[in-house]
Design a protein around this ligand. Structure first.
Ligand code: MN3
Length: 205
C-alpha cells in the first residue's frame, strides 16, 4: 500500500507563498487521487509489493499497455508529489551544506547557478510537468525537465530525484494565475536544503 507522506507543516503554514486552498486541493485532492489510482493499478498489475522506485524503473516489464500507462502517470504523480511536499518547509535551511553544497559547487559552479537552472527549466517546460535536481550513483548532480508525471526514474536515467518543482497549473494557478516564473522562484525559496542534503546522501548510498 503506497501512502502519501504526512505533511510536517500545517496547510496554512506556507502562506503567503503557497496559499491554503492550493495546499488543500493539491495535497488533499490531486496527490490523494494519484495515490489511490496507483494503488489500484499496482494491485491489478501484481506489483504492489515493489517499492515505487522499482515500479517506475521497470515499467517496460508491464505487458498491459493501459496498466503500464496508469502506473507511469499515477506512480509518477505519487512519487513526484511526495518529494515536492517533503522538501519544502516554512522554516527550513535556505542553503545547502556539507557534501551537497560541495557537489553543487562542483557541478553547477554555485548555489545561485543551480537555482537559476532549476527555475529556468521549470519555467520553460511547455505545458504540464516538472523540473528536477537528481543524483547518480557516483554523486554527480543533474538538472532536467520532464513532461506530465514523468521523472528521471521512469525515464530510465538511473538517477534519483532529490528536489523538484511542480509546474502543473494546479500547483499555482489559484494564486499566481499565469505568472509561472513568480511561483517557481517563490517555491524554490521554500526548499529546505537540509532535507535535500539528506535525499542526496540516500541517493548515493
Ligand atoms: Mn501537482
Amino acid at each position: 500500500m503506497y501512502e502519501q507522506i504526512q505533511l510536517h507543516y500545517s496547510m496554512d503554514a506556507l502562506e503567503p507563498v503557497i496559499d491554503t486552498l492550493t495546499m488543500e486541493t493539491h495535497y488533499g485532492k490531486h496527490h490523494a487521487t494519484y495515490t489511490k489510482n496507483l494503488n489500484d493499478a499496482a494491485e491489478k498489475a501484481g506489483v504492489a509489493d515493489k517499492t515505487i522506485e522499482e515500479v517506475l524503473a521497470n515499467l517496460d516489464g508491464i505487458p498491459d499497455e493501459a496498466l503500464r500507462k496508469a502506473l507511469r502517470n499515477n506512480g509518477g504523480g505519487f512519487y513526484n508529489h511526495n518529494l515536492y511536499f517533503q522538501i519544502i518547509s516554512p522554516d527550513g535551511d535556505r542553503a545547502p551544506e556539507g557534501a551537497l553544497a560541495d557537489a553543487i559547487n562542483r557541478d553547477f559552479g554555485s548555489f545561485d547557478a543551480l537555482k537559476e537552472k532549476l527555475a529556468s527549466l521549470a519555467v520553460g517546460q511547455f505545458g504540464s510537468g516538472w523540473s528536477f535536481l537528481s543524483v547518480d550513483k557516483e554523486g554527480k548532480l543533474y538538472v532536467s525537465a520532464s513532461p506530465n508525471q514523468d521523472n528521471p526514474i521512469s525515464e530510465g536515467t538511473g538517477r534519483i530525484p532529490i528536489a523538484c518543482v511542480d509546474v502543473w497549473e494546479h500547483a499555482y494557478y489559484l494564486k499566481y494565475k499565469n505568472l509561472r516564473p513568480d511561483y517557481v522562484k517563490a517555491y524554490i525559496g521554500l526548499i529546505d536544503w537540509k532535507t535535500v542534503g539528506e535525499n542526496y546522501a540516500k541517493g548515493i548510498a
